[in-house]
Design a protein around this ligand. Structure first.
Ligand code: ARG
Length: 244
């Protein structure tokens, strides 16, 4: 009896191992892409669809790689945990490749140079640098690099928001003195809202890259090859022209 049990278990383990083995050799046909579609013009919702520079770029990249893709929209601070839990295969979200994040995930080659800027109301006294935020109430978006930068300056009264839009509303209502945000989304808010401006402060430079889990080196390689190709054949420049 015991022997038959052992045999059955051995066979089942064998079947399981073969099944797993086959699976890992199967060619990937679809990738799940995490984003946070509250970051125009990189990613935002239009008629329930995620659109923007990043969305066009990842569509072109997956076409180049020869895989289908599906966008998973979630909160920005949920993106890295989702990637590490394999709920998504990669992230494209205007995400800055910071040293801290590099400890947790791998980043592709950079695809966009960005900077952090300060937004104030139009009539506010100019804030010529980030040190000028001292003693001020400053809105940031939870987990964005702007949050990290503002929180590191001593004496800044940081107020964290879940989305850029809410911080801009509070700025216009006089509840906060400034907002620290990435340059392009900031320009977008200034364009669509009366009474606010970007100050003369020299922006803090950073680079956006796509994130892939540390053990998925194949996907990282495929992404980088595709990105290089799109830069070479003019597709990337066309997308820049379309969105900026
Ligand atoms: N570049 C900033 C960062 O990495 C903000 C990115 C926000 N992106 C978004 N899709 N909400 O922290």
């Amino acid at each position: 009896m015991k022997k038959t049990m052992k045999l059955i278990i051995a066979i089942m383990v064998g079947i399981f191992m073969v099944a797993c083995g086959n699976k890992s050799e199967e060619k990937v046909t679809k990738i799940f892409v995490g984003t946070n579609a509250e970051f125009a013009p990189f990613e935002y919702l239009e008629d329930g669809k995620t659109v923007g520079f990043d969305m066009d770029l990842i569509a072109a990249i997956s076409k180049e790689i020869g895989v289908e893709m599906e966008i998973k929209d979630m909160s920005f601070d949920g993106l890295l945990p989702a990637l590490q839990a394999n709920k998504v295969d990669m992230i494209i979200a205007g995400m800055t490749a910071t040293e801290e994040r590099k400890k947790a995930v791998n980043f592709s080659e950079a695809y966009y140079k960005a900077n952090q800027v300060i937004i104030t109301t139009e009539d506010a006294k100019d804030i010529p640098n980030f040190e000028g935020l001292k003693g001020k109430k400053v809105g940031v978006i939870l987990g964005f690099t702007g949050d990290i930068i503002a929180s590191e300056i001593d004496g800044v009264d940081v107020k964290k928001y879940n989305a850029g839009y809410a911080s801009i509303m509070d700025l216009k209502a006089g509840k906060i003195d400034a907002v620290v945000l990435d340059g392009e989304p900031a320009k977008n808010f200034v364009k669509n809202n009366k009474g606010i401006k970007i100050t003369s402060a020299e922006g803090e430079k950073e680079e956006y890259a796509m994130a892939v889990s540390k053990d998925n080196t194949q996907l990282l390689e495929d992404i980088n090859t595709a990105l290089a190709k799109l830069k070479e054949d003019g597709t990337y420049d066309e997308l820049l022209k379309k969105w900026f």
